[in-house]
Design a binder for this molecule. Sequence first.
Ligand code: PLP
Length: 873
Amino acid sequence: MRPIRTFNVTPALPQRLEALRTLAYNLHWDWDVEMVDLFRRLDGDLWESSRYNPVLMLGTISQARLNEIAEDEGFLAQMDRAAQRLEDYLSDRAWYKKHRKAPVSGECYAYFSMEFGLTTCMPVYSGGLGVLAGDHLKSASDLGLPLVAVGLLYQEGYFAQYLNADGWQQERYPINDFYNMPLHLERDANGQELRIEVEYPGRVVYARVWRVQVGTVPLYLLDTNIEPNNQYDQDICDRLYGGDIDMRIHQEVMLGIGGIRMLKALGLTPTAYHMNEGHSAFMALERMRVLIEEQSLTFAEALQVAQASQMFTTHTPVPAGIDLFPPEKVLHYLGRYRERFGLGDAEFLALGRTDTGDFSAPFSMAVLAIKTATFINGVSKLHAEVSRDMFGELWTGLPLGEVPIYAITNGVHARSCVARSTQALYDRYLGPNWAEASPGASLWERVYAIPDDELWRNHEQCRSHLVVTVRDRLAKSTRDRGGSTRELTEAQECLDPFVLTIGFARRFATYKRATLFLHDLERIRNIINGNGGDRRVQFVIAGKAHPKDIPGKELIRSIIHFTRDQGLSKSIVFVPNYDIHLSRDMVAGCDVWLNNPRRPREASGTSGMKAAMNGLPNLSVLDGWWDEADYIRTGWPIGHGEDYDDPNYQDDVEANALYDILEKEVVPLFYDRDKDEIPRGWVAKMKEAIYFNTPQFNTARMVKDYANLGYFAASDRASTLASASYSPGKELATWQARMADHWYDVRFEEVAISDTTNLQVNQPFKVTAAIQLGALTPDDVQVELYQGTVSVDGEIHSGVAVPMAHQGPDANGRSIYALEMEYTASGLQGLSLRILPRHRYLNSPYDPKLVLWADPDSVRIVSGVVTPTAALV
Ligand SMILES: *Cc1c(COP(=O)(O)O)cnc(C)c1O
């Protein structure tokens, strides 16, 4: 039955309890333990059954209970304190004010992501990418950054996982009830639903806008599930990563193009745009269209202006992880942008191609993002290196080490992932500022002053809590699938709260090798059973496989089968439906966090960081973040960062390394107790993990990096290019076109070296060069001497570039450049010369993607010096 009228009915709260509504609708409660306590106190059972959703709770709680607490002085006092805390929090965000010296007018950063993992009751994320985006917003709020976020609101969100009796993953798609979630529907000045329109071939699709308030940061989510959209268009916001390639393009058009339109409809004009992964890269097309139509810029000018404010973070180290669309589909869905830009098909598609001459190449969203961004980064040092390798071709002629893809290593939001009791412990010993404090801050020294027994008892309580939670979850899922009484009893008796517990939770993609620990069944059974003694080991495992990933699902099933066949269901537990809530219990209650991906396929990984903040040592392959952590003091490395060609051999070597470390290091250290039953050596390692990893692998540090390296500079530069009616932007575009036209006329004619024989370490010599610049001038270029050790392949690999000084013209109209240098190391050293473009409005000399190297086969090398006819004054 279709209703003839619908109402949005909001909870009726007694006047005295109005503060609860304010608290419920600001997600700040998610990372404030006192607020969570307040909601739990309101109704503990309802808090659990609503999946930690205070809005749903307020909507369903009985009027009797509300009347009761409205009279409860203790509750009211706690509520008033919480309301005051929120107010204080919102007004006291000082980092930005202190560190941003001269913000541009109306400074605002827009952060785009396909998914956001903020809290358990908002399942619009699938995994690490979403949780990272959620943590980014929380830290941006903590730091007081003027950031707004843009995403899609999925009707079904990501699936809930359960297993059938055979251990095969099943998916359920619970419907998100937006009216009972912490969401505000945005309205226009007349009180009507705010709507935006996006053109798709032959029709217009409408979307409305919901806001999630994350502390001070608003997250705006588009929702197409409305009339008069047809069914297909309503489904654009149906499922995260659901549907075929056409649906994916529809979604990305809505995110990128719809997102820009939404910001405008909300009256926002961001000064920087951050693409978290390439899904939102179509934003560049819409922004250029607006600049062309509303500011009368040319395509080339619009590209310069749009690019100056865009940033791109890449998250995948494998080409298969990147969205690639067939060219004809891109032309079909986005052809009207090609027309507005006045480009031919190939020119337009070149925006998303590495090899612009390959007319059959697919359109890459990552390439589009790179070509329209001023700052690009990977999510760990190792991942940035892999990304430079993957995308280096886009900067033809640039040594890989110089490809401008930087590293900003991921982090996690401390107050969201450290257990409540552990937060209280840190608050007590380190003071309340630990969650955002920088590495090196003096408070970190006090970690070592936390009494061993206090840290250890607290951790043991976290482990006990995990065991109880896992038993409950397992019992519930056994009941839900109609398991036998025996299975139910088994679920209720699984795990032992006193046994060394290894945690493994992540997406079940095959490269993560969830079953590596089962490589040698005999050996792992012995380890689990304590090799005949009482030093036993148990595993808690969780994670979802993508619904279409059959090999991933097989991994889950093989763990279930192994466990049953070996009678190990007490010691190896697979907990269904991994989500933010379960993650928080696991990273607090396990003893060791295990990670064994095939290096270098884990771009960063973040669950190990959450574990470290709770004092867990990591046991991991040197991949992603762990490769740059202090992996000796804060855990154990599996292997030494080798890359393997033969996966079977690799599994063999790394599984054996894992068993060795477990037997020789982890188990003995854990069970070596003193007379007070405290494992002193283990606790020392826990403290190292907290000391080194909490400040470093923290989104507070990460977001500060994004601000200092990206948001501030992009805002400044974009504001410069747009000033004076865009004249700097126009100047830059005109200059760049001139560079492209004349670049290939530039020639090195002669290089003179003052003393080519008998060079010794620290012996000065002079290099001069005569360069024919053709139509360009010395102001347009930067000439550099590039020198370094020559390796066996005859190339300089990690060279150093030093600018040469312009001396003036010679009689033949050539420009003369000079540099005096010396070698500081002996051995086979080499040098070369190169020219890069230079302009005052350019972000970096690499941006125009033009480099000219002296060609060893044709440049004339003489001894002595070449001199200008007139010196420069
Ligand atoms: C942290 C987290 C992840 C990401 O963990 P990785 O180690 O990066 O795989 C995925 N899902 C949930 C629910 C998380 O909390």
